[in-house]
Design a protein around this ligand. Structure first.
Ligand SMILES: *[C@@H]1O[C@H](CO)[C@@H](O)[C@H](O)[C@H]1NC(C)=O
Ligand SMILES: *[C@@H]1O[C@H](CO)[C@@H](O)[C@H](O)[C@H]1NC(C)=O
Ligand SMILES: *[C@@H]1O[C@H](CO)[C@@H](O)[C@H](O)[C@H]1NC(C)=O
Length: 498
């Protein structure tokens, strides 16, 4: 009797453990041949590594696994490994067992911005979220960032059938080419029409568009973003507005589809389904089977955030994808705080005092558009005091962060431009608002705050030879130098002088 009831309990527990996305694709006869996520396991039994982070302080790496089989990533392990330094996501492991891991994308048709021509790696803490209340981190792709695998196993080639989905941030995008996840050229070069089949998300109007003003889920099939059968505007491909988006692209000989939905609540809808696009070179397809994330063939103009995604062997049925979407909805993606450390309240007036030993009497000031640090004291001129004083307003690009308006030049804000800090008038553009939005973090040297750029979360306010930049730890510019980085990016954010 005891044995029987224990077995019964075991069986009940087993059925209560929800099938993961890749269990559902396998049941549908279209198994995952790549499964990538920094937020959670995509198989219910998966306990292996999700991703690897590398820290700047000593170059050490650690792998982050789920908290339990099939569970959410152990973000606390990352937080403690990366405490008092910065970390990058070095590898996003393939959970399918095929070894289709994603690493720093190498140069191809274009050179990336890092020293060796590779693309940049994403910061480990750039895209915090919660899944069912548990903290995890997505992959925040700034322009210049990209991941790739050119030597894959099991990914569709030629005209073979495949499916894919990705969960993305519906508020982090641009019109640059191309924020993609999916199948691309193994040479990292444009080898012609039909050599890619990837999910695209953003508001590019260079090739296809959908209805409204965008954002659109489209398919990057090489030399074109496609929203449907016509090569340009397809009104059935709607503007997507949700914070979390599920994007689906799939293709088989002669046929393809784009589907999408709100990850928070909704079922998937078909945005396009049917014959391959009406342009030469896309039927049959010439897929090569490399995997890209955050880039086009290897163009790095785009930005976006990736949380999870898979690629399958075979053309998944709509019913299979619908059950995967139910699983994603049940994972309950939600936003998490983008700031940490001492509160910097909207409406307050502040000053920024350096904490590096050389310079603890120096503050961030501006003279016109030029920003640097200068010694400011209570006996400084009123003009200098005002130029070192800033009003905190809700972040122009993201109200979860802040912007700093000049006290002596209302309407002008601290922004970064080509990695220098400037004070410029708000011209209302998306680019200006993003460049003027900062997400304060706990000061990396234990004092005050480190002021992180919203759009480039590897970069923080830094003084270097008393000039101010946004610096990334160990990056390619002289002002990225690792020596005294933690001190140079930590500021006591005190009351304004005026
Ligand atoms: C696409 O066409 C529709 C009408 O069919 C139009 O309302 C919409 O503005 C167009 N979109 C773009 C981005 O051109
Ligand atoms: C494809 O587009 C061309 C040019 O717009 C058009 O003439 C042709 O009829 C289209 N083919 C189909 C099958 O719709
Ligand atoms: C920066 O300021 C500090 C202290 O005010 C001073 O000692 C140092 O020489 C300055 N450095 C440069 C490069 O001007």
């Amino acid at each position: 009797m005891f044995l029987f009831s224990s077995l019964l309990t075991l069986c009940l527990v087993a059925t209560l453990i929800a099938a993961g996305p890749c269990d559902l694709y396998a049941s549908g006869g279209t198994p995952c041949v790549a499964a990538h996520s920094t937020t959670r396991a995509l198989f219910s039994a998966y306990t292996g590594s999700l991703y690897q982070v590398k820290r700047a302080y000593d170059g050490a790496t650690t792998n982050i696994a789920p908290l339990s089989a099939g569970g959410v990533a152990n973000a606390a392990a990352q937080d403690s490994f990366c405490a008092r330094t910065t970390c990058l996501i070095a590898t996003i492991f393939d959970q399918s067992g095929r070894g289709n891991h994603l690493t720093q994308a190498p140069p191809g048709g274009f050179s990336g911005p890092s020293a060796n021509g590779f693309d940049n790696l994403a910061p480990a803490d750039g895209a915090p979220v919660t899944l069912n209340g548990q903290k995890a981190y997505g992959v925040f792709i700034s322009s210049g960032t990209g991941y790739r695998n050119d030597a894959t196993n099991g990914i569709a080639t030629g005209d073979a059938a495949e499916g894919m989905y990705a969960v993305l941030d519906g508020t982090h995008f641009n019109g640059g080419c191309c924020f993609d996840y999916g199948n691309a050229e193994t040479s990292a070069r444009d080898t012609g029409n039909g050599h890619m089949e990837a999910i695209y998300f953003g508001n590019s109007r260079t090739w296809g568009t959908g209805s409204g003003n965008g954002l659109w889920i489209m398919a990057d099939l090489e030399n074109g973003l496609f929203s449907g059968f016509n090569t340009r505007n397809n009104s059935a491909d709607p503007t997507v507005t949700s914070r979390f988006v599920t994007a689906v692209v799939k293709g088989e000989p002669g046929t393809w589809a784009i589907r999408g939905g709100n990850t928070a609540s909704r079922s998937l809808s078909a945005f396009c389904s049917g014959s391959r696009p009406n342009a030469s070179g896309y039927n049959p397809m010439h897929k090569e089977g490399a995997i890209i994330l955050g880039i086009g063939d290897n163009s790095v103009g785009a930005q976006g955030t990736f949380y999870e995604g898979v690629m399958t062997s075979g053309y998944p049925s709509d019913a299979t994808e619908n059950s995967v979407q139910s699983n994603i909805v049940a994972a309950r993606y939600a936003t998490a705080s983008l700031t940490s450390g001492p509160a910097i309240s909207v409406g307050s007036a502040v000053s920024f005092r350096a904490t590096t030993a050389c310079c603890t009497t120096r503050f961030i000031v501006h003279m016109g558009s030029t920003v640097n640090t200068q010694v400011v004291t209570s006996s400084s001129t009123n003009a200098l005091k005002l130029s070192a004083s800033w009003t905190v307003v809700a972040g122009l690009a993201n109200s979860a962060c802040v912007s700093f308006e000049s006290r002596d030049t209302p309407g002008s804000f601290i922004r970064h431009s080509n990695f220098a800090l400037l004070v410029n008038a708000n011209d209302g553009t998306k680019e200006f608002k993003e460049d003027a939005t900062f997400c304060p973090q706990t000061g990396l040297n234990g004092q005050g705050n480190s002021i992180r750029a919203w759009g480039y979360p590897t970069c923080y306010f830094r003084h270097f030879n008393n000039v101010t930049f946004i610096g990334s730890n160990g990056g390619v510019n002289t002002f990225d130098a690792p020596a005294s980085f933690n001190d140079d990016i930590s500021w006591v954010v005190g009351s304004a002088f005026a």
